[in-house]
Design a protein around this ligand. Structure first.
Ligand SMILES: Nc1ncnc2c1ncn2[C@@H]1O[C@H](COP(=O)(O)OP(=O)(O)O)[C@@H](O)[C@H]1O
Ligand SMILES: [Mg+2]
Length: 289
């Protein structure tokens, strides 16, 4: 990179940090297969297309598939960085301008790597991603330890569900668990026939939560996404609906969700609550905070 370009980069980073640091958003669910990866990949794309610098981390242990969704190959992941076998620059896959994939298929083992030297090396390595506006984490489903670790380290948790009763029950169970970790929680209802259906499902969950969860919980609806066969086909076609089929209803719904996240980030900034950088996130993740 030329000096000129790197100066520009530094300037951009400084501005970004004035823009409020990195907002870390974990996307999770009670039940699997509800659309976490679809949502994560597409909101990341939309945010990057709007000029934000975005990292998307694949933290769904054993079921990591963001590389497939983005149609790229990821041979090494975050675990190799933790083990000292690779640097961050070796594993991060640039997807588009402003969009970086952090592959991480073996999340479970991450728990073993919290000694101070490793954490500090990791935090140093992660400087490469300093200046991210958003870090979107596609976590697995359910309430395992690793998932909770990611949820704890995130600024914001989004629980995704679909309208079927089993998924709703699991989503509620997830909300209950997350309420012990985070007081701000939002939900996305995916695969709805109408937004009205999404709102109705959210209202039901919220009502049960208010009646049963004692800790203070600010549970909000982030949005709903209409069911669309194009979305189901998009994974096989290795395309992102928000990129290639932005005129379909589901893509518009995801775009609206991404814009709500931008508003929230800006709102946080007005409250002067600056979020930490990526180094802060990894410190939190590995329990050094
Ligand atoms: N709004 C939608 N309409 C139709 N199909 C969808 C929608 N959202 C997700 N899907 C499909 O549901 C399946 C599971 O989605 P995925 O994002 O992989 O879920 P998860 O990451 O939660 O396991 C995929 O085949 C995906 O294409
Ligand atoms: Mg997934």
């Amino acid at each position: 990179m030329s000096t000129q370009a790197s100066k520009l980069e530094a300037l951009m980073d400084a501005q970004r940090s004035e823009r409020g640091g990195t907002r870390v958003i974990a996307i999770t669910s009670g039940k699997g297969g509800v659309g976490k990866s679809t949502l994560s990949a597409n909101i990341s794309y939309v945010l990057a297309a709007h000029g934000f610098k975005v990292g998307i981390m694949d933290a769904d242990i054993g079921l990591a598939n963001l590389d497939v969704m983005f149609n790229v190959r990821a041979e090494r992941n975050i675990l190799h960085v933790l083990k000292g076998e690779a640097g961050f620059e070796d594993i991060v896959v640039p997807i588009e301008k402003n969009l970086y994939l952090i592959p991480g298929e073996s999340g479970d083992e991450i728990l073993k790597f919290s000694d101070a030297t490793i954490v500090s090396r990791f935090v140093d390595e992660s400087q490469m991603l300093e200046g991210l506006d958003f870090l979107i984490i596609d976590t697995g489903a359910g309430i395992g330890d690793t998932i909770q670790m990611f949820l704890r380290a995130a600024n914001e948790v989004v629980v995704v569900t679909v309208p079927d009763p089993a998924a709703i029950t699991d989503a509620y169970a997830m909300v209950k668990v997350v309420s012990k970790i985070k007081s701000d929680l939002s939900m996305v209802v995916n695969q709805v026939r109408s937004h009205k259906e999404g709102t109705k499902i959210f209202d039901t969950i919220k009502k049960v939560a208010s009646g049963n969860i004692e800790s203070e919980l600010n549970l909000k609806m982030l949005g709903s996404i209409r069911s669309d066969s194009h979305v189901a086909r998009s994974v096989k076609q290795r395309i992102l609906v928000c990129k290639e089929l932005s005129n379909i209803a589901a893509a518009a719904d995801i775009e609206a969700i991404a814009m709500t996240l931008v508003d929230k980030k800006e709102h946080k900034m007005l409250e002067r609550k600056k979020e930490g950088g990526i180094g802060t996130f990894f410190k939190k993740l590995l329990g050094q905070f």
